[in-house]
Design a protein around this ligand. Sequence first.
Ligand code: ATP
Ligand code: MG
Length: 420
Amino acid sequence: MSTFKAPKGTYDLLPPDSAKFLAVREAIAAPLRNSGYGYIETPGFENVELFARGVGESTDIVTKEMYVFETKGGDRLALRPETTAPVLRAVLEANLHKAGNLPVKVWYSGSQYRYERPQKGRYRHFSQVGAEAIGAEDPALDAELIILADQAYRSLGLSNFRILLNSLGDKECRPVYRAALQDFLRGLDLDEDTLRRAEINPLRVLDDKRESVQKQLGDAPLLRDYLCDACKAYHEEVRELITAAGVSFEDDPKLVRGLDYYTRTTFEFVHDGLGSQSAVGGGGRYDGLSEMIGGPALPSVGWALGVDRTVLALEAEGIELELPSTTSVFAVPLSEEARRVLFAKVTELRRNGVAADFSFGVKGLKSAMKSANRSGARFAVIAGERDLAEGVVQLKDMESGEQVAIGVNEIVAELESKLG
Ligand code: ATP
Ligand code: MG
């Protein structure tokens, strides 16, 4: 062990387990790629102001969880705690929204950083795959994203998850609701911090996890009773489209996001095998965000799914992904000349697209065969002085244990045909 350890709240992805993370990212990305979403990548850090405005000054993310630093040049930057604001920043900066075909549909995959209290499923460095559809207001777009996330989870074999759905209204109806909620909250027995929050960001109080608070919220006014006709019709259409796609969901009238630029559709994916860190993904409409960061009005919708928690969900459901073995052929040379001959064969196989590996370092047959086993290779190719003198190598089927001699010049073609 070295003197150093991974920083608190972080962990390393190591083979072979890291393959699961790649597979999860791929499973989430595949339906997006297949639905008109293009890949976008933004820097791991941004001007801190982008998050202050684009995530919200009053959120936990901005007040407590950001890694903020000043560069030698005096810039105030933050490691990204989320990627929606950066994506919108990038789209606006490149004028993608002016190219004339809205919505701009993009997906991303990458690290997020939040200074949180580390627990199972809650880390300081974690990874998300996300999708954003920018510049269109259409219930079919909200429905598309929910359906694609559902498809991604199902393609991984997950079934013990639920979709919670709500509408947050818009700038017509939300202010009326906000005032009614505030009135209600002022009459409760709440601590000072919570009362202050009720003044700044009353919807967030509904999200308070403490039982002492939840107990008092039983009779709180609900947004759904305040939705204007346009919001009601919009939400009804989202629900109908999802239902028609065979995706089931639960209406959750208390599901909220506190900030004014979140509008209408909001949803969360929760997994029931994860204990208190049960949210595997979430998203919704953010029609006001573009204007918050200095852009034009661009109604948009998106989600972010947590890769780490999705892997935990797979474990909770006992799902073993069928990950194809990464190595098909493993070469074991038993002499100097065999090293040169087999190394050349491995190179040729690789150039022909066959996954091949080689026994490196000076090893005896026994320990080299152990490496071959560990590699998961379907075939081992073994050669020593005597084999080469006879112009052959030994081809061993690692499943049946059967071994046959094959001409040195035929081995590559033979392996290619055996591996289909
Ligand atoms: P939570 O309520 O659990 O804090 P959140 O509302 O902060 O979640 P989002 O910002 O919506 O989460 O991020 C989307 C997804 O990213 C979450 O559903 C979760 O799967 C994942 N995620 C968020 N924070 C963390 C974290 N600290 N560690 C691991 N995954 C996380
Ligand atoms: Mg959080």
